[in-house]
Design a protein around this ligand. Structure first.
Ligand code: UTP
Ligand code: MN
Ligand code: MN
Length: 459
């Protein structure tokens, strides 16, 4: 199969039909007119944003923005925004939940002609793109920019979004650290047809800077930089991690090697069996640790951010204590948060050498005083003390790290400290495999991804 043939086949599946597009247009118009009436009371106006406004949508989801007067104080924007959004969804006969991004917004589900549509209702300020007051104020400008330039390339944006999604690279959320819808659209505006975009992607390398008509207004340290044509101080690809970037480069290369529709479908990652995990760990000669505590009720982005911080903090402390990790991962898809550690060094001698000042240094006296109860000697012109370690087993260290009331002081993030203090199981070796058996198989799929991850593109 040639790449062109694959693309044709995929498009047949993902491209909305004439009827679907008509239906989307009607529901979109109904939403906007309903909103216009309600918003007039608040001195605000509605604007359909997101992929529906740009005709790059794949799934039935609408993003309605409410543009408020920039003189309105932030608190009022949030209050009016929430109230108006609820009224709009109620008037449309839908139901809603409140979500939190930079400021609260409403996620609704509405019915239209017996079909369900998700509807995000987001408040923002109606401002100039260079004087934005909140992060989402750029969105209406993004929409106008894309709408004016994407004519004829809408399906290419759909293909790129679908390819990214299937490869696990779509979404600027903390978990995915990937490509937003807007970034996909800009790539299509920059490089044209889907296959041309994908070809360009195979040539990327961290540090690549892409621009449309505007020069970068500053330096960026992100692996991928796409200067926002609406605001050159901003990198549209700021959320893209080096890992996601390399993953997409690799998938793009693989696609051209063996073009297939499968690239546009999420692949099922078969979970490892517990035996496979245990065999792998023993053949690698590492040791396995599993920590489990209840999942706090908190916005997903916040949870992932805090889990990442916990892992970073834990890793640093583990290294500081003389142990070391081969790798780690976390998983919080169910009622539990799970941390998995693969240790490289988990056992240490009772003693360690504490290297002190140079023998000529004046600080040496303080050092000798401080270590007056231990053996002290000179090595390579420096004072060295032999001291006892606090923990000689990583297991002891972990038990002490995850216990007690000092969690916050130890750097455990705010939302995690409470559930950890309530109940925290720590297991290693055989016990950790026993616990792993009781947890959902998806966790063992994550373990396959962890052990089989390979981002090398030079193959
Ligand atoms: P979407 O994530 O819905 O992207 O955000 P999209 O371009 O419509 O693409 P798909 O087809 O749905 O995947 C649309 C806009 O809504 C704002 C962002 O500013 C984005 O540009 N948004 C998104 C929020 O305000 N909060 C969110 O949590 C998500
Ligand atoms: Mn959307
Ligand atoms: Mn949305």
């Amino acid at each position: 199969l040639k790449p062109e043939d694959v693309v044709k086949k995929v498009l047949k599946k993902i491209r909305p039909s004439r009827e679907e597009r008509k239906l989307m247009k009607e529901v979109s118009e109904k939403v906007v007119s309903t909103a216009r009436e309600i918003l007039s009371v608040y001195g605000a106006e509605p604007m359909m944003c997101g992929s529906v406004a740009k005709n790059t949508w794949i799934k039935p989801e609408l993003d309605l923005f409410m543009l408020f007067n920039p003189m309105l104080p932030r608190k009022k924007l949030e209050e009016y925004g929430l109230r108006a959004a609820k009224e709009i969804i109620k008037k449309l006969g839908g139901s809603y939940t409140i979500s939190y991004a930079e400021h609260p917004y409403v996620r609704g589900v509405i019915k239209f002609r017996d079909r369900q549509f998700s509807l995000d209702v987001v408040p923002c300020y109606k401002t100039d793109p260079r004087n934005i007051k909140s992060a989402v104020d750029r969105t209406p400008h993004h929409v106008r920019y894309v709408k004016e330039r994407i004519k004829g390339l809408e399906d290419d944006a759909r293909l790129l979004k679908k390819f990214c999604a299937a490869r696990g690279c779509y979404g600027a959320d903390v978990k995915t650290k990937g490509f937003s819808g807007y970034l996909c659209e800009l790539l299509v505006i920059k490089y044209g047809r889907f296959l041309d975009v994908l070809k360009e992607i195979t040539k990327w390398w961290p540090g690549v800077v892409i621009t449309l008509e505007t020069r970068p207004a500053r330096k960026f340290r992100d692996p991928l930089v796409f200067i926002d044509p609406v605001d050159p101080k901003r990198n549209v690809a700021a959320a893209v991690s080096a890992e996601t970037m390399m993953k997409l480069i690799k998938e793009a290369k693989r696609f051209f090697e063996h073009p297939s529709e499968a690239f546009f479908e999420t692949e099922y990652v078969p979970p490892y069996t517990v035996e496979e995990v245990s065999k792998l760990v023993s053949s690698r000669g590492t040791r396995f640790y599993l920590i489990r505590f209840p999942r706090p009720v908190v916005q997903e982005d916040i949870l992932y951010q805090q889990m990442e911080r916990l892992l970073k903090r834990l890793g640093d402390e583990i290294t500081r204590s003389g142990f070391s990790l081969m790798g780690s991962l976390f998983w919080c898809r169910t009622a539990d948060c799970v941390v998995l550690l693969e240790a490289e060094v988990w056992q240490l001698p009772r003693i360690k050498k504490q290297t002190g000042p140079d023998i000529f240094s004046d600080h040496a006296r303080e050092f000798l005083k401080r270590y007056s109860n231990t053996r002290v000697f000179i090595e390579n012109g420096k004072w060295v003390a032999e001291v006892r370690r606090e923990h000689i087993l990583l297991m002891e260290f972990l038990k002490s790290f995850f216990s007690g009331k000092e969690l916050r002081k130890r750097g455990v993030p705010s939302k995690l400290a409470e559930p950890i203090s309530k109940k925290c199981e720590i297991a290693s070796g055989r016990d950790s495999f026993r616990l792993l058996r009781k947890l959902p198989p998806e966790l063992r799929s994550e373990l396959r991804k962890y052990f089989e991850k390979d981002l090398n593109i030079e193959v």
